[in-house]
Design a binder for this molecule. Sequence first.
Ligand code: ZN
Length: 179
Amino acid sequence: MSETRLSIRILGDPILRRKAKLVAEVTEVDRQVLSKMARLMYDAQGIGLAAPQAGIDKSLIVIDIGSGLYKLINPKIISREGTQSLEEGCLSVPGASVKVRRSKVIKIKALDEQGAAVTIDAQGLLACVFQHEIDHLNGKLIIDYASILSRMRIKKKLEKLQSSQYEKLRESKTESRQL
Ligand code: ZN
């Protein structure tokens, strides 16, 4: 297991549309998966990644917007305040960028790697990334926030691409936030 490399799943992969399973008890396997997810996120120059994006059907997320790495299990938003709209990219929807309206200030409840309950206050970009990753755990993607027209455009563009071209597309979009 520890030698298996994870790879990023792209729009069209059914796992991205499934609701991730809650983790009943945090084990060494989950800690290993979180470490691999973090490596995958950093390699792809992302600032957040949810387990389904790595092909894993579990409620796990990693986030690092430049102020430290979060590795969380079963994250849940317990309060929200205000709204904000930021331009978001997604590692699973290469080349797309969608302006998404989200809560500005949120409080998260989750488990840490040791299985201890934690609460996190987040605002601005960090709050946005948490909401994006929790969306992934619920099978929701940024294109669900886009207009029907731009959704069709994004899908069409991706259908034409070979997986080898995803990297290139991602690189060309490094100025937008990849989550
Ligand atoms: Zn994403």
